[in-house]
Design a protein around this ligand. Structure first.
Ligand code: PLP
Length: 404
């Protein structure tokens, strides 16, 4: 058993930076500091590193080198994808309607709301109780003014995986009958450790990634942009990334992104096996020992590392704070000013249950002992919280504080 007591179960928020990625990045934070747009030795080294990283990313995505755009992270990729495709087509008078789902990350939802201020109509599709989008409903929502469909590959809160290939087929068939091309974007930020990212098998035209979710550095990401997709760059400046993303490249970040993505793809099966087993141990342990605990999301079509549980009679913020006091990092999917998660609301989870939702996301470095330790802490903490604040004072435990 490890002697450390800190247990990190929030890998959906950020993963540990991989040692291989850090090592690969170091020269570009040191002697190979040149600007890739210049033409002396350190600049050429940096340029070669960026192009090598592009080759690695293209191999994982199964795409052309020219279709890989390096960005500052998932949020930037998503903003660029949604606004870039929508505005390009609005300018060309091709339409002003976007289709997305009600359970998307705020990067997608807020980008969509931004478009509404510029005259776009947005359809926010509902999901079922497991968080699944219906491919037929996506196709039905596509009309003669639709310029973009954006559906996430896997949900960051409940872990539900969407049937992306089916969605893509349905959208393409519908677009054909309308005699137009409707680009499909997917927010794949939570997917790289668990799911195949081949863009042709997924059937997507745009795909967004964030490096720190798969063992790369923060502040680095990827936008896949299929050739000939209408796109208006959202960032003005130099001609970097073939005029699609102006600004001097984050060379070290790009190098770290590629190394981490290559490893995530190569180790996907091991990751799914290890994390899936630990996640099941956690969920089974909670279900057998804690009454009034429900798993949210899809029972099978879910990310291998995601356990999203709602606990009856407990407030999520208090639960997360109590776990933190026990050196266990987990996440409450509520906002800082308390509001139930829009994902749980869309799935129809009753408010009384949504209040007590806890996301535990395991990672490669977690162990069985950590899971068992977490289970025994959870049992005590839930009992205490259900008994109320006076009970925690009676037992001498610190009252749980709000995380907001
Ligand atoms: N999309 C999803 C599904 C996410 O989980 C996140 C981050 O939590 C993002 C987008 C935004 O990524 P970043 O914060 O790295 O820009």
């Amino acid at each position: 058993m490890k002697d450390k007591r800190f247990v990190y179960l929030d890998h959906a928020a950020t993963a540990v930076l991989r040692a291989e990625a850090r090592e690969a990045m170091l020269p570009y934070l040191g002697e190979r500091f040149g600007n890739p747009s210049a033409s002396y030795v350190s600049a050429r080294q940096a340029q070669r590193a960026v192009e090598e990283a592009r080759r690695t990313v293209a191999e994982v995505l199964g795409c052309r080198l020219s279709e890989v755009v390096f960005t500052s992270g998932g949020t930037e990729s998503i903003n660029a994808a949604i606004k870039g495709v929508a505005f390009a087509q609005q300018l060309a008078h091709l339409g002003n309607h976007v289709v997305t789902s009600a359970i998307e990350h705020h990067a997608v939802l807020h980008s969509s709301q931004y478009l509404e201020r510029f005259g776009f109509d947005v359809t926010y599709l509902p999901v079922d109780a497991c968080g699944l989008v219906d491919p037929a409903a996506v196709a039905e929502a596509v009309g003669p003014r639709t310029v973009l469909v954006s559906i996430m590959l896997a949900n960051n809160e409940v872990g539900t995986i969407q049937p992306m290939a089916e969605i893509a087929q349905a959208v393409k068939a519908r677009a054909r009958t309308l005699g137009r091309r409707v680009p499909l974007h997917t927010d794949a930020v939570q997917a790289p450790c668990s799911l195949d990212l081949n863009v042709d098998r997924l059937g997507v035209d745009l795909l967004s990634l964030s490096a720190h979710k798969f063992g790369g550095p923060k502040g680095a990401g990827v936008l896949y942009l299929r050739r000939a997709t209408p796109f208006l760059s959202q960032q003005s400046g130099g001609g970097q990334e073939r005029q699609r993303r102006a600004g001097t490249e984050n060379v070290a970040g790009i190098v770290g992104t590629a190394v981490a993505l290559r490893l995530a793809a190569a180790e996907r099966e091991t990751y799914v096996r290890h994390c899936g087993r630990l996640r099941d141990r956690l969920v089974d342990g909670i279900r057998s020992a804690i009454p009034g605990a429900d798993l949210s999301g899809h029972p099978q079509s879910r990310l291998a590392n995601n356990a999203h549980i709602t606990f009856e009679g407990v407030e999520a913020d208090a639960l997360v704070a109590a776990l933190d006091a026990a050196d266990i990092a987990a996440s409450a999917c509520t906002s800082a000013v308390w509001e139930p998660s829009h994902v749980l609301v869309a799935m129809g989870v009753p408010l009384a249950r949504a209040i007590g939702s806890l996301r535990l996301t395991v990672g490669p470095e977690n162990t069985d002992e950590e899971i068992d330790h977490t289970l025994s802490v959870l049992r005590v903490v839930i009992d205490r919280l259900r008994a109320g604040p006076s009970a925690s004072l009676r037992t001498g435990a610190a009252p749980a504080a709000s995380t907001s």
